[in-house]
Design a protein around this ligand. Structure first.
Ligand code: TXA
Ligand code: MG
Length: 482
């Protein structure tokens, strides 16, 4: 067998041995021989090689997951509040500043101690740590160490073909991850100057010598961002290592914007949670790809940096007629490769969904051909008919503070209403900050269904509606009072 395959074969045999509860001497020799023959027969197939790689990652993840559960098992029986006490370490973001070289300075000894111990946990024990960012809480591990990063997949139950964002604390650390001699596209220079540190993630060509395959899930690009949250930046700087970090939720769940959300979801699976209070932005970063030859900026995931702001700085910094276009995936362009692969955040897998059904109430867009708008009363009657087993019916309602339909709905006293008020229609940034907290708060309150009112897709509204559409199983059009 060529060396690549014999190495893969040895890895697989080792993982099987670790997973096996039967001693080596008692194993069925015929099965082993058949397996080796199968391997030899397929060794030239790229798909086979890819599949075996995925199986290996999965087996490894499962083993790590078991180790984590065994280690932290005592936490599983604790209440959420007790888990926070046991694993969360308070960090005061306002007590951290940075000198001109990006070196963190700490005013609070408690915050310094929490960050140092989290850093040891990352760099010496190669474990994953939860930390706050300005967007959402992240579950971080050493990005340049494949086995440390594998823990992220194990802890979240994340499919191995979904790539991770690498977080760095400075532009210098970012540049150190790029291929030698690589020149930044001119639009990237402008975007980095204006939005980094901040909620913007950029795709770069991956240098396979520096970035492990597990981070990019085999993609030729790597996603990198510089978070602006002082705790995140300080943790990366003190560890002196880039951190791979997805949102700190079980795969498919809403992203956490408070330490309590993390403990309610991943509690018992992570050893260290840095609690830096609620996240400012509340939705994940904007993911952009500016690597195409046309120099345009393709937005793969709308997020914390509004498209309007990206367009504005590009217009300010490029000569007329040479301004790169900003194209939003699915709104302005489609790409079959992206549709097939899970690289566009939330395309292939279920996303942002609480465990109760979510229904989107369309109040702004017009119903498509063949669909009629209904009154709030019609909506309530149909919910009562379809949820007869829920008595009393408990409905979570997430609407802007100046909603035109909320009052009409909550007048119905047969229903137990759990209202979660978002920002006003003119304040999409407040709605963004509150959206995931709303999902998680209403889920915890035990409602039977969550209704979310549509907001206009301007500024943060684009990212809000992107998340709500993915979380909602269905939508209906509601007549608004004239
Ligand atoms: O704000 C954020 O971005 C948060 C915080 C923790 O930084 N992180 C986050 O990570 O949202 P995650 O893993 O939940 O979402 C990152 C998305 C993934 O869904 C993935 O599809 C996409 O970014 N991504 C990562 N690497 C990519 C690549 N090379 N090409 C295209 N998409 C990529
Ligand atoms: Mg996520």
């Amino acid at each position: 067998m060529p060396s690549q395959h014999s190495r893969l074969y040895r890895h697989l045999v080792r993982e099987v041995a670790k997973a096996s509860i039967v001693p080596r001497s008692q194993r069925n020799k015929e099965i082993s021989a058949n397996f080796r023959t199968l391997f030899e027969r397929n060794h030239q197939s790229k798909t086979f090689q890819h599949d075996v790689g995925n199986v290996l990652t999965f087996m490894h993840s499962q083993r790590q997951y078991k180790i984590l559960l065994d280690r932290y098992n005592p936490l599983v029986d604790l209440t959420t509040e007790e888990r926070i006490e046991a694993t969360a370490r308070r960090c005061d973001p306002s007590s951290i500043s940075f000198d001109a070289d990006g070196v963190p300075l700490f005013k609070s000894p408690e915050t310094l101690a929490a960050i140092q111990s989290a850093s040891r946990y990352l760099t010496e024990d190669l474990q994953a740590v939860v930390f706050p960012t300005e967007t959402v809480y992240g579950l971080g591990a050493l990005a340049l160490d494949a086995s440390a990063s594998a823990r992220i997949f194990a802890t979240k139950g994340r499919p191995p073909d979904n790539p991770l964002i690498v977080h760095v604390s400075s532009q210098q650390m970012l540049l150190s991850l790029l291929p030698a001699g690589y020149t930044l596209p001119s639009a990237y220079r402008v975007l980095i100057d204006h939005f980094c540190p901040g909620p913007l993630t950029l795709l770069f060509p991956r240098d396979p010598i520096k970035i492990p395959n597990i981070i990019t899930a085999g993609q030729p690009t790597v996603a990198i961002r510089i978070p602006s949250h002082p705790v995140a930046r300080a943790l990366i700087a003190v560890s002196n290592s880039p951190l791979a970090a997805p949102s700190a939720n079980s795969s498919g769940k809403p992203s956490p914007t408070r330490a309590q959300h993390v403990l309610g979801d991943l509690g018992g699976k992570v050893g260290v949670v840095l609690d830096g209070g609620p996240c400012d932005v509340g939705l994940e970063s904007t993911v952009v790809d500016g690597l195409h030859e046309d120099g345009n900026i393709r937005v793969l995931r709308p997020g914390g940096v509004p498209i309007e702001d990206i367009e504005r700085v590009l217009i300010q910094n490029f000569d007329q007629g040479k301004v790169p276009k900003v194209l939003v995936h699915r709104r302005d362009f489609l790409d079959e490769d992206i549709e097939r692969a899970p690289t566009t955040p939330g395309m292939k897998y279920r996303h942002y969904s609480p465990s109760v059904p979510v229904k989107l109430l369309r109040t702004i867009s017009k119903p498509p051909h063949g669909e009629e708008a209904i009154t709030p009363l019609d909506l309530l009657n149909s919910l009562k008919r379809s949820l007869t087993s829920c008595t009393p019916l408990k409905i979570g309602l997430m609407t802007p503070s100046d909603s035109s339909i909320a009052q009409g709905l909550v007048n119905d006293t047969e229903v137990q209403w759990y209202q979660y008020v978002l920002g006003s229609l003119a304040e999409p940034a407040v709605t963004a900050q509150r959206l995931f907290d709303g999902f998680l708060t209403l889920e915890k309150a035990g409602v039977d269904i969550i209704l979310v009112e549509e907001v206009s897709e301007d500024r943060e509204g684009l990212a809000i509606m992107n998340r709500v559409k993915k979380a909602a199983g269905e939508a209906c059009w509601i007549m608004t009072p004239v």
